[in-house]
Design a protein around this ligand. Structure first.
Ligand code: FO1
Length: 305
């Protein structure tokens, strides 16, 4: 069994590589739900949807989120009616959100819904939300403490980050199957996701960090920082705000108590010695997932094949 700790787009692309080299039924993704939010009465669960829809082959590949071929009638009418339009939900995506919200109101859990959706959409790997309890990542900024999606999408990250809060995390329980899958894994890979707000949020759920430290399986992380820049998203500002250098070495420091190996990009080879000095093995490869072959290569390297 292969367990992958996953955020959104970067993790989904990495998982596309994993399923090229391993049977999908042996792959479990434990997915960040700290980006989840309530908007217009709907429960939005971006990372779970990104992973599910990417692996099901129905993602809008250009954006990395949303549904392929989607239309925008809903957003157009929302705009006419003076509703919020900063967070785009296409018409097909809307169906997914209405259905999820309805099932939650009927008493279903996020993980039950994730299973229903992945089967309905044809996602071949197991997708486990990190928790069924409400956890929300909030960013401390000069204009107040705002939800991560407001910082990321509404403000387009053009606002200072003073800190990060994982609201609800201390009371959250890992979703059913999360701790067992970590315990029973043959290998655990931390996807090239944001170490602070994607993976950091998963690790903030009590029990998950301890399970990773106790597992007999090797724990391998892939640096999402390449040449001092994030492959996607606001990792640099968030790492700085949390006191980490925005580099492959900073990523190693984020995970130093957890991982056996860090996969870094060839352009970051200069950090290998310093990372090894932390007691972490280093594997150097091309980590940019340009195409299917690059995703496959990264999955092979991370899985030690
Ligand atoms: N990202 C954007 O940049 N703009 C959007 O309007 C947007 C809408 C959206 C709707 C559904 C969904 O599942 C994801 C969506 N995302 C959007 C992506 C999301 O904000 C982030 O990429 C993740 O939360 C970070 O992993």
């Amino acid at each position: 069994m292969i367990v992958v700790l996953a955020g959104g787009v970067g993790a989904a692309r990495f998982l596309e590589g994993v399923v090229q080299v391993a049977p999908p039924e042996q792959v479990t993704a434990i997915v960040n739900t700290g980006d989840d939010m309530q908007l217009m009465g709907l429960h939005i669960s971006p990372d779970v949807d990104i992973v599910t829809c990417t692996l099901a082959g129905v993602i809008d590949q250009d954006q990395g989120w949303g549904i392929v071929g989607d239309t925008d009638q809903f957003m157009q009418w929302m705009s006419k009616l003076g509703g919020p339009t900063w967070f785009k939900l296409g018409d097909r995506d809307l169906a997914l959100h209405v259905r999820r919200s309805d099932l939650l109101r009927q008493g279903k859990t996020l993980s039950e819904i994730a299973e229903t959706f992945r089967l309905a959409l044809g996602c071949p790997i197991r997708v486990l939300p990190m928790s069924d309890d409400r956890v929300e990542t909030h960013i401390v900024t000069p204009v107040g403490v705002i939800h991560f999606e407001e910082y990321f999408v509404r403000h387009r990250t053009q606002i200072d980050v003073m800190g990060v809060e994982f609201q609800g995390a201390d009371m959250a329980r890992p979703a059913p199957g999360v701790l067992a899958s970590i315990r029973e894994a043959e290998i655990i890979v931390i996807a090239p996701s944001n170490p602070i707000v994607s993976v950091g949020t998963i690790l903030a759920v009590p029990g998950i960090r301890a399970a990773l430290r106790e597992t007999a399986a090797p724990v391998v992380a892939i640096s999402p920082i390449v040449g001092g820049a994030a492959i996607k998203g606001p990792a640099i500002a968030l790492m700085r705000a949390q006191g980490y250098a925005p580099s492959a070495l900073g990523v190693a420091e984020c995970y130093r108590d957890l991982i056996d190996t860090l996969v870094i990009d060839t352009v970051d080879a200069e950090f290998a010695t310093a990372i090894r000095a932390l007691g972490i093995d280093v594997v150097i490869t091309d980590t940019i997932m340009r195409d299917a072959a690059a995703k496959r290569n990264l999955a092979m390297v991370a899985m030690g094949k």
